[in-house]
Design a protein around this ligand. Structure first.
Ligand code: RFL
Ligand code: PHB
Length: 388
């Protein structure tokens, strides 16, 4: 089998890259280890920046997002029993859309299949070869058969636990990382939204976040121990923590409902630099991870592949290497801004087990500063909507 670009991983990065290449007349094959049903049902991100929305709409895969996604013009920061609105639209002229990642995946898979794109599910034993040569290839097993794809380029879009990044020898790359001493306990709840807008809450008992998935499903998170197991959290314990952390002085309460999914999410920051070695390029979570507090992960995956698709287009149209050669450096500038913002939001809103009383007071002082200073709110809003 031969193609122009072999893509490993059918997450937002791999699927969108394959679709953008197709729009430019460039052929690709996407290899995915899981089933279609599995990738279309995995609950992850919810927030799309305006730039990501534009990319999806321009690429012709934004129709359902525009219809079914919820446009949010602001969000709220809660602490000290009060809520404070951050008016994204007024501060930046931009908004965000809450549209679940698995819906983005459903739309992209449908577009790839409609265009007769090569999308192979349930592949195993994926291995990448000869990235230092002009003829890289990928070997794998599909439906019990060993196969090989020869390509001009290989793009690793296989997420944090994928195989692609490991192909770049440690001597040629630097990994930057931080793990946090807490995780998020995420639940899906059958009920009307508790709030029209997202609420990011800081409380002595830990962080909590109110988000939505649809008019009848809420997505709620609460800070937990990263080693907690789902069965340690009964419904009663979850609601009592959420009420303690979220209910405020004005009598507003988080709405309860049937909890139909629970999971524990670890928190880490990670960057691999460079995001390229020879003819292998990395995009999305394969190259970098942010804690979800800033809602940046899927947006970074989308901006990486937008950049890479344009660079590959320059190569195939004009034989130019410049944009491919500068891909890693340019992508990493945006990645580091998002890393900074995600770390900052995480630090601002979570309780750190080893924080001294002095540090806890500083955290509250910083929150009070942010909500009372237009300049600080603007900086927060610009980072949140991705206006950088
Ligand atoms: P993905 O989505 O992990 O996709 C990688 C795909 O590669 C496959 N794969 C392989 N396939 C073949 N061979 C192999 N050897 C393979 N190894 C792996 C996997 O099966 C998978 O299908 O990476 P991608 O495309 O880079 O996308 C990244 C995003 O998924 C991620 O950054 C976001 O979900 C992060 N995130 C958020 N991002 C936002 O922009 N806004 C948010 O509001 C937001 N909230 C979140 C989040 C992530 C969360 N979790 C669960 C970590 C909330 C949560 C709770
Ligand atoms: C979500 O809806 O899943 C979500 C929203 C905002 C975040 C993280 C996750 O910062």
């Amino acid at each position: 089998m031969r193609t122009q670009v072999a893509i490993i991983g059918a997450g937002p990065a791999g699927l969108l890259l394959s679709h953008l290449l197709h729009l430019n007349g460039i052929e690709s094959v996407v290899l995915e280890s899981r089933t279609r049903a599995d990738i279309e049902a995995t609950i992850r991100a919810g927030v799309l920046e305006q730039g990501s929305m534009h990319t999806l709409v321009e690429a012709g895969v934004g129709e359902r997002m525009r219809k079914e996604g919820a446009l949010h013009h602001g969000f709220e920061l809660a602490f000290d029993g009060k809520r404070h609105r951050v008016d994204l639209l007024e501060l930046t002229g931009k908004a965000i859309t809450v549209y679940p990642q698995h819906e983005v995946i459903i739309d992209l898979v449908a577009a790839r299949i409609a265009a007769q794109g090569q999308l192979l599910f349930e592949t195993s034993e994926v291995a990448i070869h000869d990235i230092g040569s002009a003829r890289p290839s990928v070997s794998f097993v599909h439906k019990g058969e060993s196969r090989r794809i020869d390509a001009d380029f290989v793009v690793g879009c296989d997420g944090f636990h994928g195989v692609s990044r490991q192909m770049i020898p440690h001597s040629l790359r630097q990994d930057f990382q931080r793990t946090y001493p807490f995780g998020w306990f995420g639940i899906l709840v059958e009920s009307a939204p508790s709030s029209e807008e997202l609420i990011y809450a800081r409380h002595e008992r830990g962080f909590a976040l109110v988000s939505t998935r649809s008019p009848t499903v809420q997505r709620l998170y609460l800070q937990c121990d990263p080693h907690d197991r789902v069965d340690q959290w009964s419904d009663d314990r979850i609601w009592s923590e959420l009420h303690a952390r979220l209910d405020n002085q004005d009598g507003w309460q988080v709405k309860e409902g049937r909890i139909f999914q629970k999971n524990v999410i670890g928190m880490r920051s990670f960057v691999c630099a460079p995001m390229r070695s020879g003819r292998l390029f990395l995009a999305g979570d394969a190259a970098h991870i942010v804690p979800p507090t800033g809602a940046k992960g899927m947006n970074l995956a989308i901006s990486d592949v937008r950049l890479l698709a344009a660079a590959l287009d320059g190569f195939y149209r004009q034989g130019r290497w410049e944009a491919l050669d500068s891909y890693s450096e340019i992508a990493l500038q945006r990645v580091w801004r998002a890393e900074y913002f995600s770390w900052w939001m995480t630090r601002l809103l979570h309780t750190f087990p080893d924080a001294t009383p002095f540090e806890r007071e500083l955290q509250l002082a910083e929150l009070r500063n942010v909500v009372s200073s237009r300049a600080l709110r603007t900086a927060l809003a610009e980072n949140y909507v991705g206006a950088f």
